[in-house]
Ligand binder design. Structure first.
Ligand code: GDP
Length: 444
């Protein structure tokens, strides 16, 4: 058990109740000294009502204490939760009383990191604790819950086991060639196993990308020449006057952000300055910002106000949007005599508040399958980058098997195996856990 730590688990605001949480070696004795002896003797998860006192025996508040012996706690260590009245002055004094008897303030995410270090959850489940608290939509909350229940980790454990099998058969063949016929795989078999595990990992990546989109939303850069109606489109999308609309060309110099939920997805719109190369003015900065916004975005909405072929800058945007969702909207359709309606362009009149054509097209192009909303996935950037490492390691292994470089193939399989184990936290380094848990807030 670690040293006792203490933190406020609820926001430091006046409220009906507040929860002070403490875990680690000796927290039951601390509670016995500040509250009542019976806590120290409990072997079951139990609750007590009474007065919490400070280290000098002065009553602080009437509280409910929940005591969780190590075997029954989230952290895997003896844990005490003090539910007091929701006045920060009271919770602070209760925290001070823990500090006076040897506890220290918890660091960000330290409760969850102890749960991980004590084997109560793997790293994917621990990350889900943060995701569920940070979830900005019902859809992302549901996905985080699936991960918290261990369903995302259980997608990966069979992959880890298949990699372990492959690794051991390859290494047997490599280190003890005399056993090759009985235990080891032929090179061809090893190659096809590596290929099929890679396919499995690739489909986890594809599902993880869908999960990431549901969780984090889709960043859409709205770009186009000045005056085509970008700000008007943004206002229509957000149903409010957030961007400044002006008849003078080039008035939107800063990037405005706003988000819209549509068909279970969150779209974060970035309105950018117009595309026009005017080196004399602030416009130039705006143009750079536009192009950067295009690079950063997941999707690009290029706005025209005439149904005409792209000019040079528009072609540049199209080029930058390669690999992203790319949508061309012809605005001011109220002024248009005829719509060509080819080339997949969208026609709309933003000034009339039309926004469905854009939202529908974006949702369609995002191509999120219905199943993705209810499917566990490995979707954090850490998880996806480790999966991608494993996938390219296996690519490497396959080509090494092909060229007969079995020792190199074996080390690539080992590297894929290690990426998968790191993903689950089975090979976590201190840095890795710090990187993850430092993003949590204190008390989690
Ligand atoms: P931006 O520079 O691309 O952000 O363009 P604005 O949104 O500031 O719009 C430029 C001008 O076009 C304004 O006078 C708008 O009222 C007008 N405008 C925008 N959308 C439409 C539309 O759908 N129809 C018509 N007729 N005018 C529009």
């Amino acid at each position: 058990m670690g040293k006792p730590i203490v933190a406020l688990a609820t926001p430091p605001l006046k409220s009906a109740l507040a929860v002070v949480r403490s875990t680690g070696e000796g927290v039951f004795s601390i509670a016995a000294a500040l509250f009542q002896k019976k806590v120290a003797e409990t072997e079951e998860r139990s609750s007590f009502v009474g007065y919490w006192k400070d280290e000098n025996g002065q009553r602080i508040d009437q509280v409910v204490v929940l005591a969780y012996p190590a075997a029954h706690s989230m952290t895997g260590e003896d844990t005490v939760e003090v539910i007091c009245h929701g006045n920060p002055l009271l919770s602070e004094r209760i925290i001070d009383s823990f500090l006076a008897l040897g506890a220290r303030y918890a660091k960000n995410g330290e409760f969850t990191s102890r749960a991980f270090l004590n084997g109560k959850m793997d790293l994917v489940e621990a990350e889900a604790v943060n995701d569920i608290i940070e979830a900005a939509s019902d859809e992302s909350r549901k996905l985080a819950l699936l991960s918290l229940e261990g369903k995302a980790s259980s997608l990966l454990k069979p992959v880890r086991d298949r990699l372990a099998d492959l690794l051991s058969s390859v290494e047997v063949g490599f280190d003890f060639p005399e056993y090759e016929e009985e235990t080891a795989l032929s090179v061809d078999e090893a190659k096809s196993k590596a290929k099929s595990i890679k396919q499995e990992i690739d489909s986890l990546i594809a599902e993880g990308e869908e999960g990431r989109i549901i969780k984090d939303g889709i960043k859409v850069a709205i770009v186009g020449r000045p005056n085509v109606g970008k700000s008007t489109i943004l206002n229509a999308l957000l149903k409010e006057d957030k961007a400044i609309v002006s008849e003078a060309a080039g008035t939107t110099r800063d990037i405005v952000e706003g988000s819209v939920r549509h068909k279970g997805l969150t779209f974060l719109f970035l309105d950018t300055a117009g595309l026009r190369d005017n080196p004399e003015s602030i416009e130039k900065i705006g143009i750079e910002k536009s192009l950067n916004a295009v690079k950063e975005a997941d999707a690009v909405l290029l706005v025209l106000d005439e149904d005409k072929p792209f000019d040079e800058e528009e072609r540049l945007v199209e080029g930058l949007a390669k690999g992203k969702i790319f949508l061309v909207a012809v605005n001011k359709s109220d002024l248009l005599r005829e719509k060509k309606a080819d080339g997949g362009r969208i026609y709309l009149s933003a000034i009339k508040g039309e926004r469905e054509p854009i939202l529908d097209a974006l949702a369609e192009k995002a191509g999120i399958s219905n199943g993705a909303f209810a499917r566990p996935s490995l979707s954090s950037s850490r998880q996806l980058s480790l999966l991608k490492n494993a996938s390219s390691d296996l690519d490497e292994a396959v080509s090494c098997f092909e060229s007969g470089a079995i020792d190199l193939a074996s080390s690539s399989v080992l590297s894929a195996y290690s990426a998968v184990r790191r993903l689950l936290g089975e090979e976590a380094t201190l840095d890795l856990s710090e990187e993850i848990f430092s993003r949590f807030c204190v008390g989690k």
